[in-house]
Write a protein that binds this ligand. Structure first.
Ligand code: OXD
Ligand code: MN
Length: 600
């Protein structure tokens, strides 16, 4: 028996009884286990093994066309009281939801193997790490969890006989009748999908989807939704942030944590190749940060994950060479093109492709059009790579340091083609909280079912806060009070501003290092700032543009603060903030009024 832990044994027995799988496999995270499941999936036709000489030990999967992204409309925070879930979350009474889901789970693993995955979010045995167990009937999930979390037999030892863990139950929701052939990507229809969180119990139940954050439960479900609720109760932070180390030419190290909504270039920024001499970026994490105040009063961050689950399209030698290098081997690709010579490809990869099999499994050639003359994309816009973080050539030597790294700078942002300048700094931490809480972005492909308009996405956490959004803002202000003068400096960036005729105003990618340099110099007091109604902005000549081909007009447009446009957006912000009712912190109201009066 791998464990004597009663909570674990009872839970696994109970789930086995309910879901009725053919057999139960207790996973150990070994290479043998990974290879065995990979071979089984290749043999059954669910996975394609890529050319071993070009991409050793890599697999490609295609999902069902209905199951290609997180489903926010089917994601629930089932707190005991509805008011504790707040206006940003869907809520169902936990008793009712458990009843509905128990019916769905009953017999749902028939004909399948049930895997019990022991995992740690954060380095094994670290005081900040959390232990979870995911039960799943998807071998695809087991393989991805091997990369994204620390899956290991050692977790059973760390758990011991009486230790606690976060139970994460997952099923693709597609039982197999006797003799029934499995589909390539089993899943349930949308109305049967539920991604449920029970924050008071630290419990996750997911049904019906095999994709990404819906199914790899250590990531968004545990490390963000459940962890954010724990962090609120316990006085720390679980945020949707990349973490990077920036070293300046004198060797001084700065640590930056940045929050951007899905598919706004977080992975690219985390692995940025600086275009300014002597400044170097190293990656600590690309999606999630857990942060606690250290004994010296500063805020320390760890990346609880073990891999990258990155958006593939647009990842190229030009945009993110370090991500490309990370997926050379031991990677999983989902919903990309498998080329005729058995390699992987996606749109804007920056390499030629003569053809292959598209994400729907059809023969495909670049430039192919559908009946309406619309170009058929080879890869789905939310197609992904899963790769071990250790394979990133610029992974920081401290990325697994259990003590974390001290955060100097917070960056917030979103994708905005107008109104928001390239960079501005908050006057102080509370103003930074206001900026983060009112961050807004144009939509992306990472969630299936969000309205196609600008959406407010506080700290890029809208889909991931496991409790009331107003309490979440209050928690940010309280963290600021606790950190005092040791709180990180806060900045807001927009890499995505365009001219009125749709041309990008800023080159982005490696040149974003110029903006990070300005932030570090602000923190060090080496450069000044111009005070504007919305915040502090670079003084003429102090943002390093050396060697960059940007005209004076474009630069002026990029940095323009149009007071009238901002004032117009205040009404939207006011409406958005009103939904938090009496949970809206007074400090938020004060910051809003201050901004309004500064804008005149
Ligand atoms: C992600 C997301 O997959 O934010 O990281 O959607
Ligand atoms: Mn994310």
């Amino acid at each position: 028996m791998v464990t004597k832990n009663k909570k674990l044994l009872d839970w696994v027995a109970e789930v086995e009884k309910m879901c009725n799988p053919n057999s139960v496999v207790w996973c150990d995270g070994s290479k043998e286990e990974y290879d065995r499941l990979s071979n089984e999936m290749v043999a059954s036709g669910m996975a394609v093994r890529l050319d071993e000489t070009k991409r050793p030990n890599c697999l490609a999967f295609n999902s069902d066309p209905s199951d290609v992204a997180r489903v926010e409309g089917r994601t629930y925070i089932a707190s005991l009281k509805e008011e504790d879930a707040g206006p940003l979350n869907n809520w169902i009474d936990p008793v009712e939801l458990k009843k509905t889901m128990t019916e769905l789970y009953t017999g749902c693993m028939k004909g399948r193997t049930m895997y019990v995955i022991p995992f740690s979010m954060g380095p094994l045995g670290s005081p900040i790490a959390k232990i979870g167990f995911e039960i799943t009937d998807s071998p695809y999930v087991v393989l991805n969890m091997h990369i994204m979390a620390r899956v290991s037999a050692k977790v059973y030892g760390i758990l011991g006989e009486d230790g606690d863990f976060i139970p994460c139950l997952h099923s693709v929701g597609s039982p197999l009748e006797e003799g029934q052939k499995d589909s390539r990507w089993p899943c349930a229809p949308i109305e049967k999908k539920y991604i449920a969180h029970f924050p008071e119990e630290n419990l996750i139940w997911s049904f019906g989807s095999g994709y990404g954050g819906n199914a790899l439960l250590g990531k968004k479900c545990l490390a963000l939704r459940i962890a954010s609720a724990m962090a609120y109760r316990e006085g720390w932070m679980a945020e949707h942030m990349l973490i990077l180390r920036l070293t300046n030419p004198e060797g001084k190290k700065f640590h930056i944590a940045a929050a951007f909504p899905s598919a706004c270039g977080k992975t690219n920024l985390a692995m940025l190749q600086s275009t300014i001499d002597g400044w170097k970026v190293e990656t600590i994490g690309d999606d999630i940060a857990w942060m606690k105040q250290g004994e010296d009063g500063r805020l320390y961050a760890i990346n609880p994950e073990n891999g990258f689950f990155g958006v593939a399209p647009g990842t190229s030698e030009a945009s993110n060479p370090m991500a490309l290098a990370s997926v050379n081997k031991n990677a999983i690709f989902t919903n990309c093109v498998v080329t005729d010579d058995n390699d992987i490809w996606w749109e804007e990869m920056g390499v030629e492709c003569t053809g292959g099999t598209d994400w729907k499994g059809n023969p495909w050639k670049p430039g192919m059009k559908d009946e309406d003359g619309k170009e058929i994309k080879g890869a789905h816009p939310n197609s992904r790579f899963t790769a071990p973080a250790s394979q990133c050539p610029v992974i920081c030597e401290d990325w697994e340091n259990p003590a974390g790294v001290p955060i100097d700078i917070f960056v917030f942002g979103g994708r905005r083609s107008n109104t928001i300048p390239l960079v501005h700094q908050a006057f102080d931490f509370s103003h930074g909280v206001y900026m983060g809480a009112t961050a807004a972005s144009e939509p992306t492909a990472a969630a299936l079912d969000v309205a196609q308009k600008l959406r407010f996405d506080p700290f890029a956490m809208k889909p991931f806060i496991g409790y009331h959004g107003g309490d979440y803002m209050k928690h940010w202000f309280e963290m600021g009070n606790k950190l005092g003068d040791k709180a990180p400096a806060c900045f807001y960036v927009n890499w995505f501003r365009k001219t009125s005729d749709g041309k990008w105003l800023w080159p982005g990618f490696g040149d974003n290092s110029r903006v990070l340099k300005w932030m570090c110099e602000r923190v060090e007091g080496k450069v000044g700032a111009i005070e504007t109604p919305i915040g502090l902005m670079p003084k003429e000549g102090e943002l390093d543009l050396s060697g960059l081909d940007i005209s004076a007009e474009d630069y002026a447009e990029l940095m323009k603060v149009d007071k009238e446009l901002f004032k117009a957006s205040l009404a939207e912000a006011e409406e958005y903030l009103a939904q938090f009712g009496d949970k809206l912190p007074d400090e938020m109201k004060k910051q809003f009024e201050n901004l309004k009066s500064r804008l005149g």
